[in-house]
Structures are given as C-alpha cells and as structure tokens.
Ligand binder design. Sequence first.
Ligand code: A3P
Length: 345
Amino acid sequence: MLFKQQALLRQKLFVLGSLAIGSLLYLVARVGSLDRLQPICPIEGRFGARSQAEIPLRALQFKRGLLHEFRKGNATKEQIRLHNLVQQLPKAIIIGVRKGGTRALLEMLNLHPAVVKASQEIHFFDNDENYAKGIEWYRKKMPFSYPQQITIEKSPAYFITEEVPERIYKMNSSIKLLIIVREPTTRAISDYTQVLEGKERKNKTYYKFEKLAIDSNTCEVNTKYKAVRTSIYTKHLERWLKYFPIEQFHIVDGDRLITEPLPELQLVEKFLNLPPRISQYNLYFNATRGFYCLRFNIVFNKCLAGSKGRIHPEVDPSVITKLRKFFHPFNQKFYQITGRTLNWP
Ligand code: A3P
C-alpha cells in the first residue's frame, strides 16, 4: 500500500516537473521569437550630418522608456545632458488631412525606434499667434530625442491653411511632407460627425449632413461647406506645390491604413529612408474596437482613443452619389499629380 502511494507521488512529481520544464522552455522560445521580431541589428542614422552614425536598436528601445520619462517631465537636466538628448525640429510633418487618420498614422510611425512623435498638435504654422512666437518656441514644443532619431509632428489644419506652405518652406525647404487621405465623401461625413458630436456635447442642435452638403437653392453640392472644401484634396495640394516639389510629399491611403496598416507603414518607412522596423507583431486587430491597435512590446500595447472610429450617421444615398460625382474629377487630378491611384468611386 505504502509502495503504491510512493509510486503515485513520484508519478505526480514527474508530471509537475515536466509541466514546469515545458513552461520554462516555452517562455524561453517565446522571448527568443520576440527578440527576433524586435530586431537587434544596428540602424542607420540616415538623416543629416550623422549619416554614418549607427545606434544599436536595443539601446534605442531601452532609451525610449527613458524618453517617456522626459516627456512626462520626470527627467533631470543632468540626465538630459548625460544622454545627449535634444529637442529637434521635425524632419517630417503629417500636414493632413483632418479625419484622414492622422492620429493613427502618427502613433503607428512612433512604433519605429528611430521616430519620436510630438504628442500634441502644435499648430505652429497655422496659428498666427503661435507663429509670432518664433521657431525656438516651436522647437521647445518638440519631445526630447537622440540626435539620430527623427521627430514627426502632425497638425491636420496645415493642409488647408493658406499661409502654411510658405512658412514651412522658410523653416526647412527639404522637409518631408505626409498627407493621409480617405475617400473624400467618407472623410467629409467623418468631419461632420466630429462637429456634430461637439455640438451634442454642448447640448446644441445641428443641421443634418444633407442640409449642409447640398445647397437647397440650386440642389448642387455646397462648396462653401468646409467639410466639402477640405475633401477637394487637389485644390489644396496645388497651393503646396508652389513651394515644394511633388517628390517631397508622400500620400498615405487612409482607408487602407484602417484595414491593412502594415503595407502603408512600410511605404512611409521607405519614403522617410528609415530601415524597415515596424512589423506585424506591432499591430494587432482588436475585434471589440474594430480597429488595429499598437503593440510596442510584450507588456505595452494600446488602442487609439474612442474619439477615433466614431459611428457615422446615416446619409441619404442620393446625396452620397451626388458628392461622389462631384469629387470624381478632382480625384482624377489628384491621382495624376501624385502618381497614386486610390480607386475611389
Ligand atoms: P472615423 O472616426 O470617421 O472612423 P484623424 O486622426 O485624422 O482625426 O482621423 C480619424 C480617423 O482615423 C477615424 O475616423 C478612423 O476611421 C481612422 N483610423 C485609422 N486607423 C485607426 C485605428 N487604428 N484606430 C482608430 N481609428 C483609426
């Protein structure tokens, strides 16, 4: 009897031991595969005078944690000096388009270890009061970064504001400009939805989209309505082209960024001359949210705020058809100028 119990105990211990060893082996393998997903090879600092410099990616990732502390204001001046951190003017700007997916694009690019984002929209070039404060004010609004990293900011109002192209040109005539666009009618409805939500929050009433988008006297598309005007991408782009050659722009397909973000991000990495570092590991689909969310590492992941991905109100199909017909020739021109065809209706 005693012998039988001992044998049973030995058997149990064996099973438990095997389980423990198995789990350990799994963990080792998992961490190993994560290491491979977060590559450890050196990354080239391809910008500016430090183009020959190389920073080990692992070091950068470690430092990102530190950068986060700096952003929160928890760093001392000594730490900043010690780590050689600087506040750099942006090397690339997401200039628009409002509701195109500008926040998603910025956050996703920030997954790249060589990219540092300005978290807030700075509105330096479109706001006269801010602009009058001068370029040093703007630089001081930038996050701390390592000299080999590039800073990116986004302020979607830049795309449609008259004075902005000239002002950005004066700061840096070779800056890289990112424009994220969505199918123009969908973008206009998204724009309307955001304004509507603001009105509802203040307990105010607002017009229906149809009333704003269509001129009730002529029954034609109301080109005075801002949400319509913003979606005439080619008109705005033409103003920018007076200052910058088309090679300095990259068009991001905002509709594809929603459904298939990685290939869009890889095109941006290429445009920015960054080594490809954003992988499928960094992006996972969250069924509850209905969108891709971001995975920085094994412990830190995040989805965009609830204000991104609102439910749009239903719009009369005849109004949608009218708008799509209206935008069609402008879209054709946009494809022609940018060299990117987006298969919009
Ligand atoms: P909707 O709210 O109309 O769905 P912006 O940041 O320029 O204001 O753009 C907001 C839009 O980003 C949202 O518009 C949403 O569709 C889109 N978007 C793209 N990728 C997203 C993501 N991963 N999570 C949430 N929204 C995303």
